[in-house]
Design a protein around this ligand. Structure first.
Ligand SMILES: [Zn+2]
Length: 359
């Protein structure tokens, strides 16, 4: 993950910061906030930056001072009045030096004990300046019991205690929790601004534009994908799907070829492809993302409304697969991929290769 995640205000977040800073300066900041927007645009970094702003006793309109002890403690992630709640898997990904690696597969869900700790933290006395801040990311990784427990903090918020929930999918949150929070939306910057920023970053790939497209415009996500060399896997996935669609591979063979990508990547890349095909089929434009062009011939706009309906159906299956993959640690990746690849063959109306081939 890029080194921007910990605590940075990015150039496209100034208006959001200004709004919160004004409220805080006037002592009118709500106790509960929900920061929402797509992945990879810097919401968590923003939340942590704002937490530091609240804890720093020399903050001004430009932000936290960055020099005082509160700022330094916060930067070292040892401020006693700041709590960052992350699922194990994300904790290990963002802070690999913490040595929190577990033998088992780390959880992508927030555990009820983590939320109980957060509630206890909220109800305890602040140790330094009197302000306490809790950041929970992603909020949708709480189960319903955790969300209900957390609701208590928002119903009777302890003085000068702020809860910042960060979410990619606010629609999945408990409605009562959502309604208790003020909402602040985040969007990706325009492409040219994102590219300009990417070019100033260490680790910016030479094909930054490809990665920005792959990340659907989210600059931090683009950096992460580039660091993971995701382009290789992306092209491999589409070659396999093309193989299935042209009858050269069975869905089983294709799924095996793509297993190493991880189910979430494999599903996300397909979502990008289907979204691109839907746009190009509905507007008559050409797919520009490198690796996807051959697919256009198999799903041509001339196939009309039937094709668009099938693509929509596939999109629904992929969204469902994404939810399953996110919700469980042991989703059967191979079976899920097989089933999705078989769907692709149906969409393009090409007979899938017979199972006997090459098996
Ligand atoms: Zn400071």
């Amino acid at each position: 993950m890029s080194n921007h995640t910990p605590s940075t205000l990015l150039p496209w977040q100034h208006s959001q910061f200004k709004r919160l800073q004004m409220l805080a300066s006037n002592d009118r900041l709500a106790h509960g906030w929900l920061f929402s927007g797509k992945p990879g645009i810097g919401k968590l970094g923003f939340a942590r930056h704002f937490a530091r702003f609240l804890l720093c006793r020399h903050s001004d309109a430009n932000g936290p001072c960055g020099r005082c002890q509160d700022c330094q403690l916060h930067a070292a992630r040892s401020h006693p009045d700041s709590l960052l709640v992350l699922p194990e898997a994300l904790q290990q990904q963002l802070f690999p030096d913490d040595n929190t690696k577990t033998k088992e597969k780390p959880s992508r869900q927030l555990k009820i004990e983590q939320i109980r700790d957060a509630i206890e933290f909220a109800q305890s006395t602040a140790q330094r300046g009197g302000t306490k801040v809790i950041v929970i990311n992603p909020a949708e990784a709480m189960n319903i019991n955790s969300a209900n427990a957390l609701l208590k903090i928002l119903e009777e918020p302890p003085a000068r205690t702020f809860l910042l929930l960060v979410s990619e999918q606010p629609g999945l949150l408990l409605a009562t929790l959502r309604s208790r929070c003020q909402q602040l939306g985040f969007t990706a910057p325009p492409t040219n601004e994102a590219l300009q920023w990417l070019q100033t970053q260490p680790g910016c790939p030479t094909d930054a534009e490809f990665y920005l497209q792959l990340a659907e415009g989210a600059p931090l996500h683009a950096l992460k994908l580039a660091a993971d060399k995701a382009g290789v896997g992306f092209r491999q996935l589409w070659q396999s799907i093309l193989g299935v669609c042209s009858g050269d591979m069975t869905p089983v063979q294709a799924a095996k070829a793509c297993e190493g990508l991880g189910i979430l990547n494999a599903v996300n890349y397909q979502l990008i492809g289907v979204a691109g095909l839907l746009v190009s089929n509905q507007t008559g434009t050409t797919l520009t993302l490198d690796g996807l062009q051959p697919l256009q011939a198999l799903c041509p706009p001339s196939a009309g409304i039937g094709m668009i309906r099938r693509l929509h159906g596939l999109h629904r299956s992929l969204v469902q697969a994404r939810i399953t993959a996110l919700a469980t640690n042991n989703a059967n990746a191979l079976l899920m991929l097989e089933s999705l690849f078989a769907d692709w063959a149906t969409v393009t109306a090409v007979k899938p290769a017979r199972r006997s081939q090459g098996l």
